[in-house]
Design a protein around this ligand. Structure first.
Ligand code: SF4
Length: 162
């Protein structure tokens, strides 16, 4: 890796509880010494305040998509990322964050004023409803071993010499 550029990463969270973010930071306790040589965290609000939206080798996106603003930002991330990983069940299948999709008509009517007030989409979307997803990491939250396996596979693919 010495003669190669670090892998540029982004970590993003949308409509969700951010538990996979917590899992990722817990995993860092064991892996940060290797990761700091391998990865350039361009955008990860859980890790730093000075974040960049320029280019990513891999963008990890957690959470469902519940507003037009979120749709736009994930499209922007997609346009800047070589690989997009959907992290956790909310990103992969839209649930449990999108529980309101399963409401009865009466329940939907009862929350209608909130949908309007917050400018939310009529239906909560999974990430692949909005953009192309390269890898899915299901689970609520994601499984740490599956995450590490996916990270290893992406490193091998993006930096075969490392
Ligand atoms: S998948 Fe589960 S852990 Fe992950 S953001 Fe959604 S509710 Fe939270």
């Amino acid at each position: 890796m010495e003669n190669q550029e670090k892998i540029k990463l982004g970590w993003f969270s949308y409509s969700c509880c951010e538990d996979s973010t917590i899992v990722m930071t817990e995993i860092m306790n064991e892996h940060w010494q290797d990761w700091k040589k391998l990865f350039d965290f361009r955008h990860a609000r859980v890790l730093k305040s000075n974040n960049l939206m320029d280019e990513f080798d891999v963008a990890f996106i957690e959470g469902a998509i519940a507003s037009p603003a979120q749709e736009e930002i994930v499209k922007e991330i997609r346009s800047k990322a070589k690989k997009v990983v959907a992290v956790g069940a909310c990103a992969c299948v839209g649930l449990p964050a999108g529980q309101r999709n399963t409401f009865t008509e009466g329940q939907k009517e009862a929350i209608d004023f909130l949908i309007t007030r917050f400018g939310a989409l009529p239906k909560v979307l999974k990430l692949s409803d909005v953009i192309k997803v390269d890898v899915e990491l299901p689970g609520c939250p994601m499984n740490p071993d599956a995450f590490l396996k996916a990270v290893d596979a992406l490193v091998k693919e993006l930096r075969p010499q490392s």
